[in-house]
Structures are given as structure tokens and as C-alpha cells.
Design a protein around this ligand. Structure first.
Ligand SMILES: [Zn+2]
Length: 495
């Protein structure tokens, strides 16, 4: 089975053939640290965290680079607004960025270079471009000469004439062509600067990513990612600079994540609907956010709504309750049913195959979740309240596959922690209703004692006691239903 990736360069799905067997080299544009991370950024970083985790699940060693853009026009502007230095701004928002990533359950990159630590490499690239005739210096500014780079526009699919007509470009008297872009900028009074062959100055934004990715991954690395709004000009310019300076193909697969809207509107400062990750994670768990975001394919636009998050949270709870139900069933000594054993094993194997097929097809997380919830439905219908159960091997298989595939999506299901909470409550209920429980009694043992005490109470028409046991269990998330075949249990959301 092979993995297919939609390559923006060429606009089609291609088979993933890594440069080095068993290893994927991957670069994702990080944040320009002049502000807090908003949920649009969060979607991009969650998407690429998903892609990285899945590639690791498929056995690849993934070298994942995500940079910090810590010198840029926006940082300088923000420093002036906050009456501080660009360095202080970059440090403050870098720290916040790292905290937000952690709170979203995003894995740390293998390398996280800062632009300001890569200045010599940037100067080296600019020198190569000047030597190749692809760049020129005017008054301490160095510009990239776009008309001399063959295939400029290959990624965005635009011609230079379209670009000239459609783009707002910064006018500068030194430019040969309005589309030429800055590789190196002469520093103005009070701006950060570095010594260079063209005088004191600072790098342009695009050259930063070329230098950091080439330094850590080398030309021809596998995947370069970012949001769709980076295709032009940022990534187009990265290709021009990197191919131009090295003479080699820069990147094999260009991947771009879809944008996020809020209640069908664009998220923007002017609309006043920008939502920050810091506020989001106060209200919602990283699992709920991720479950919601992964219900849409990474390339499609995502409409961010409260209902979507509520649904995400409900789905996380369904998953966790199913794992708990499996744990619970594993502890019950009920008769084994061969047909149920076979059915559950088949459902588990089929779900895993469907999951991999979906994710191999350009990381279709929505389809992958459908496979997972198919198994959840099947598992619950087989085990809930049953008098006969599948054997332990089948129960364990369903449990293990559910945990394995959800972890590959970056969902942290912690059934054991939840069980511990239920177990503590269960002991309290038992102590209140039937008195002291011998130490060392398992949770299943305690529940068994509670159920038989309730049966006895019912036989003796002590309705108050039997109702109390039922109600107390319901409060901690165990529902008892009386049937002609005896009491049946079901784990539900605690009240
Ligand atoms: Zn970048």
C-alpha cells in the first residue's frame, strides 16, 4: 500500500517516494512572532501534526522542522506600538506560541530554528543569487529578479503578467520590475540590523525559510507545508530563491492546508472575530478541538462553529466510553459467544484497514474517523449489556485498535485516568450503600457486589435501597437496566 499526497506543484495526487528510504524530511512555515496564535494558525499546525503523526504511524522516521520567524516588518511595527524592542516582542510571542502548541497537543518539532540564528546562511544564499545574475543590489537593498527565473509562477499557476495586473506590490525606485521582491533590506534608524556585504541590513521574509530549510534538510527534501495563503508569494518566492541558488529542485511535495472561517465569515481583525488559541483552550480540550478539526479534510475550508466543537467533544466522550466499556467487559466473567468473538474481530480488523486506506489517500481524516466510529458502533452493539461476550482476545483487539488509530491522529484517549475516577466513585458508592469493602477488591468485584445487593433488595421489596444503588451508579456514569434476563449495565456520560 502506498501513500498518496496532493502536490500543489502540479495540482494532483502523487505517490509518496521519500528521498531517503524510511525517512521523511518535512518543513512547515512557523509563526511570525508578533502576535498570539489564532485558531486559523492552529488549524494549520494541527493539520501538519496529523500528517507527521500518521507518517510515523506508517513507520517513517520523520525529521520535522518548523521555524520561528523572529525578524520581520510586522515585529518591528508591533515593537513600536508596544514601545519596546523587536527582540522583546519576538521573545514574548515565541514563548506564547510554544505554550499554545503544547496546549493543543501538537508534538514538538525535531528542529525549531530561529531566523535570527540563520543570518550567515541567508547572506550566503543572496551572494549566490547575485553571482548567478538572479539578484541585484541597489542602495543597500538586494532584489530578486523574477523575470530571469525560468518557471516563476509554477507553484501558484500564475504568469508574471497576471501577477503584475493583480497584485499590490510595494513600489520602490530601485526595482527593475514591480514584481521583484526583497532578499535583503537596508535597515532604517532603530531597526535591527546585521553586517552584510551590502551594508547593515536585515533579511526579507522569504529568504529566511529558504535558508532555514536548506540548512537543516538540504535541497530536494520531501515535504514543504503551510496554509494555502502562503502559496503566493511566500512559497513561490522560496522556490525561486532556493532553486536559483542551488541549481537543484528545492522540494518534492508542496502541501497546503485549507483556510478557516468563523460562522461562514472570514476571520479578520476588521470583523472583530479573531479567536485566539489561548481563549479556545480555556474552554475546550485539545481532543475536542482536534476531533472537530479532523472531521474536515485538511485541504478543504473549515467553518469554525460552536456546534462543531460541541460535536467534537461528544465524539471524544463516545470514544472514551467505548474504551471504558471494553475494559469493563474484560473484567466480567460472562460466558463467551463464538459468533460475537468472530464478529468483533472482523469489525476491528476491517476498521483498521479502512482507516489506513483513508489516511493513505492524502490524509483523509474525515473518512478515517468514519472507520473509527464504525468500530465504536459495532463494539457497543456487541458488548453493551450482553449476557454473552466475545472472548478476551477479541475485546482486547478492538480496544487496542481503537487506541492505536486514534493516537495516530493525535487524539489522546486516557481511559485509564477516567476509569480511576469512576473507580474512586464506585468505592464511595459501595461504602455508602453496603458498608466496608475488603481491600484489594477489584472494580468489577465491587460492581458485582453492588448489583447482587440490589437484586437482594428487590427480592425483599426494599425499593429504597435498590433505587439508591441504581441512582448512585447512574450519577457516576453506570446505567443499570433491568431485563427479564437480569440486570444489564452500560457506561454512559456521568451526570
Ligand atoms: Zn516560510
Amino acid at each position: 500500500m502506498t501513500i498518496k499526497i496532493y502536490n500543489t506543484l502540479g495540482r494532483r495526487k502523487e505517490e509518496l517516494c521519500p528521498r531517503k528510504k524510511g525517512e521523511i524530511s518535512m518543513y512547515v512555515c512557523g509563526l511570525t512572532v508578533y502576535n498570539y496564535m489564532h485558531i486559523g494558525n492552529a488549524r494549520t499546525f494541527i493539520n501538519f501534526d496529523l500528517i507527521r503523526r500518521y507518517l510515523e504511524f506508517r513507520g517513517f522516521n520523520v525529521v520535522f522542522v518548523r521555524n520561528i520567524t523572529d525578524v520581520d516588518d510586522k515585529i518591528i511595527k508591533r515593537a513600536a506600538e508596544e514601545k519596546t524592542t523587536p527582540k522583546a516582542i519576538a521573545e514574548k510571542y515565541e514563548e506564547a506560541f510554544k505554550r499554545d502548541n503544547k496546549n493543543l497537543g501538537i508534538k514538538e518539532p525535531t528542529h525549531e530554528p530561529r531566523a535570527t540564528e540563520t543570518i550567515p546562511e541567508m547572506i550566503g544564499l543572496v551572494e549566490k543569487l547575485i553571482a548567478a545574475g538572479l539578484a541585484y543590489e541597489v542602495d543597500g537593498n538586494v532584489w530578486f529578479r523574477v523575470r530571469d527565473f525560468k518557471n516563476y509562477g509554477q507553484l501558484s499557476g500564475r504568469s508574471l503578467d497576471d501577477m503584475r495586473a493583480g497584485e499590490r506590490v510595494e513600489p520602490d525606485p530601485g526595482k527593475e520590475d514591480p514584481m521583484d521582491f526583497a532578499l535583503w533590506k537596508r535597515s532604517k534608524e532603530g531597526e535591527p540590523f546585521w553586517d552584510s556585504p551590502w551594508g547593515d541590513g536585515r533579511p526579507g521574509w522569504h529568504i529566511e525559510c529558504s535558508a532555514m530549510s536548506l540548512k537543516l534538510l538540504g535541497a530536494g527534501f520531501d515535504i514543504h507545508g503551510g496554509a494555502q495563503d502562503l502559496i503566493f508569494p511566500h512559497h513561490e518566492n522560496e522556490i525561486a530563491q532556493s532553486d536559483g541558488a542551488t541549481g537543484k529542485r528545492f522540494v518534492q511535495y508542496w502541501m497546503h492546508g485549507g483556510l478557516l472561517k468563523i460562522d461562514k465569515e472570514k476571520m479578520s481583525k476588521s470583523l472583530g472575530n479573531v479567536m485566539l488559541v489561548g481563549d479556545l483552550v480555556k474552554q475546550w480540550s485539545p481532543n475536542a478541538v482536534r476531533m472537530f478539526m479532523l472531521s474536515t479534510h485538511y485541504r478543504n475550508p473549515l467553518d469554525f462553529t460552536r456546534e462543531g466543537l460541541v460535536q467534537g467533544q461528544a465524539n471524544v466522550e463516545r470514544l472514551e466510553r467505548t474504551i471504558q466499556s471494553l475494559d469493563f467487559a474484560l473484567g466480567l466473567n460472562l460466558p463467551v459467544s463464538q459468533s460475537k468473538t468472530l464478529k468483533l474481530k472482523e469489525a476491528a480488523n476491517e476498521a483498521r484497514v479502512r482507516f489506513i486506506l483513508a489516511m493513505d489517500d492524502d490524509f483523509n481524516s474525515a473518512e478515517a474517523l468514519a472507520a473509527i466510529f464504525g468500530l465504536i458502533r459495532e463494539t457497543n452493539s456487541i458488548i453493551e449489556g450482553a449476557e454473552e461476550l466475545p472472548d478476551d482476545e477479541a475485546l482486547n483487539k478492538s480496544r487496542q485498535i481503537l487506541l492505536e488509530v486514534t493516537e495516530a491522529l493525535g487524539l489522546k484517549c486516557e481511559p485509564e485516568a477516567n476509569w480511576l475516577a469512576i473507580e474512586v466513585s464506585l468505592r464511595e458508592v459501595a461504602a455508602r450503600t453496603i458498608g466496608t469493602i475488603p481491600s484489594g477488591t477489584s472494580r468489577e468485584g465491587i460492581l458485582g457486589m453492588l448489583l447482587s445487593r440490589r437484586e437482594k433488595a428487590r427480592d425483599n421489596k426494599e425499593w429504597e435501597i435498590s433505587d439508591k444503588i441504581r441512582d448512585n451508579l447512574l450519577e457516576i456514569g453506570i446505567e443499570i437496566e433491568d431485563t427479564s434476563a437480569g440486570p444489564r449495565w452500560k457506561l454512559i456520560k456521568a451526570q
